[in-house]
Design a protein around this ligand. Structure first.
Ligand SMILES: Nc1nc2c(ncn2[C@@H]2O[C@H](COP(=O)(O)OP(=O)(O)O)[C@@H](O)[C@H]2O)c(=O)[nH]1
Ligand SMILES: [Mg+2]
Length: 473
């Protein structure tokens, strides 16, 4: 296989800092020769070394003095990460040794790699598709079991396989339709419409399932969004600070102190949450505060969980109004509302939770409630436990499926779905075949854009079809 790159690149594969060893990676047509110029092996030469072998050697400085004793791993195209000839030099993790070694390799003719260049080469040499290449960054960034599982599955090509399977089915449909166009005078129908519709429905379902996995997939990758909402002065910022254990948001009893949203990530148990403190929801004529409130509504829309903070020390009517306002801004089909009766410490035993709950449950029986005091932190442990369990359940329910975590992929899937739905209505309304075929091709392009590279063309698909299909009969 001819590599797409002409030059040989080098970069440290490990981060500088504490550690026992550092690894320097060299890849490109001259990787082994350049390594050989810098490292003198105890036995043999790098250029002659067999692939997947490990060699002891010494790096000498220009004045002949030794820099370090190292181990060199040898890879040969196409069986390496990049698909090129490559070597990895393991040296002692001294920043001095690493920088000297790099400059020796550059002096010998290598070029310092740009960010992501090794993976880029792997992609261009066909070692992985675009979705897999993107997952490399995700797997490195994954901080918990769920994020790791999704990224690893994508890197192994699970998601790509599903995409290719759908793409190939659509390609076959397109090929059959184009065949019809070629034979249009004879009025043959190669593509049985009801069979096509069935097949199409399955693909649409699959695309839809993948697209809707993005909401949870993205949350697993970036932290589950939890919006803290409620009227001004109910204690939202106090709650955020209490959850974080630090004074992150400004707390004051002047209403409207928090005008923009504040976001902080926090790990509870094995899940990562993204807590978003918002401006209070209330009527105001003040422009800046109005903008804050508009953003609150938007942030509430993004949340998986809405923590609705109410001031339990208010009189009954005011309290009920705060609760109704929260119920009104929650999208119960995809969000959970947790009502927090805050400032419980101010009550002198003359209110009871059951009374509040009866009212809340009369509005919506899926709402969860907790009495808390954000100020004294009473009740927060129960809330944290609930958050942890709730998301654990959700994540567990996602384990059987491929999850989409990347916005680019999600957008392409939505595009594919739009085109496929047009194909669907084209098929049932006996729309001209060439128009339907055009929408099919648009759907294929959208799916293919996730994988990168180019679509197998209709010609080769036709070849495939003809191999099991005799047109003369
Ligand atoms: N007694 C009591 N006061 C609280 C509690 N939580 C918040 N406060 C007070 O309520 C006022 C408003 O709090 P803040 O967090 O700024 O409310 P926000 O406008 O909803 O962000 C501040 O004076 C807080 O100290 C609580 O649990 N108990
Ligand atoms: Mg606030």
């Amino acid at each position: 296989m001819r590599s797409f790159a002409e030059d040989t690149i080098v970069a440290p594969a490990t981060v500088p800092g504490a550690g026992a060893i550092s690894i320097i990676r060299i890849s490109g047509p001259d990787a082994l020769a350049l390594t050989g110029k810098v490292v003198t092996l105890k036995h043999g030469r790098c250029e002659d070394a067999a692939p997947y072998t490990l060699h002891f050697g010494t790096v000498l400085q220009p004045d002949g003095s030794p820099l370090d004793d190292v181990l060199v791993s040898i890879f040969r195209a196409p069986h390496s990460y990049t698909g090129e000839d490559a070597a990895e030099i393991s040296c002692h993790a001294s920043s001095y040794i690493v920088s000297q070694l790099l400059s020796l390799l550059v002096g010998a003719g290598a070029r310092l790699a740009e960010a992501g260049e090794f993976t880029k080469r792997a992609y261009f040499n066909g070692k992985m598709d675009l979705a897999q290449a993107e997952s490399v960054a995700d797997i490195i960034a994954a901080e918990d079991a769920a994020a790791h599982r999704i990224a690893f599955q994508q890197m192994r090509g699970g998601f790509s396989r599903e995409l290719k399977e759908m793409r190939d089915q659509l390609l076959e449909m397109t090929a059959l339709m184009e065949l019809e166009l070629d034979f249009s005078e004879e009025d043959v129908e190669f593509a049985d419409r009801s069979r096509l519709t069935q097949l199409l429905d399955r693909v649409v379902d699959h695309v839809q399932t993948l697209a809707s996995s993005y909401r949870l997939g993205n949350a697993i990758k970036n932290g589950i969004p939890v919006t803290i909402a409620g009227a001004a002065n109910t204690g939202k910022s106090t709650l955020l600070n209490a959850l974080l254990g630090e004074e992150r948001a400004l707390v004051s009893d002047i209403a409207g102190t928090t005008r923009d949203t504040i976001e902080e990530t926090l790990r509870i148990g094995s899940s990562r949450f993204r807590f978003i403190d918002t401006a209070g929801i209330r009527q105001t004529d003040e422009t800046v505060e109005k903008m804050g409130i508009a953003r609150t509504i938007q942030k509430v829309g993004e949340a998986h969980i809405v923590l609705g903070v109410v001031d339990a020390s208010l009189d009954e009517e005011a309290l009920k109004q705060q609760i109704r306002d929260l119920v009104n801004i929650t999208h119960f089909d995809q969000q959970m509302l947790v009502i927090l009766y805050n400032k419980w410490d101010k009550l002198s035993g003359n209110k009871n939770v059951t009374l509040f709950n009866n009212f809340v449950l009369s509005l919506n029986n899926k709402i969860v409630t907790f009495p808390i005091s954000a100020k004294s932190k009473d009740g927060l442990a129960a809330l944290q436990n609930w958050l942890e369990l709730y998301e654990k359940d959700k994540i567990a329910s996602s384990e059987q499926h491929t999850m989409v975590t990347n916005l680019r992929h999600y957008e392409a899937l939505v595009q594919a779905r739009t085109s496929l739905l047009r194909v669907r209505s084209g098929l049932t309304s006996s729309c001209p075949t060439d128009l339907v075929a055009e929408d099919l091709r648009a759907a294929i392009r959208a799916l293919q854009s996730i994988l990168g590279a180019s679509t197998p063309d209709v010609e080769s698909t036709l070849g495939l079809i003809f191999s099991r299909f005799c047109i003369g009969k």
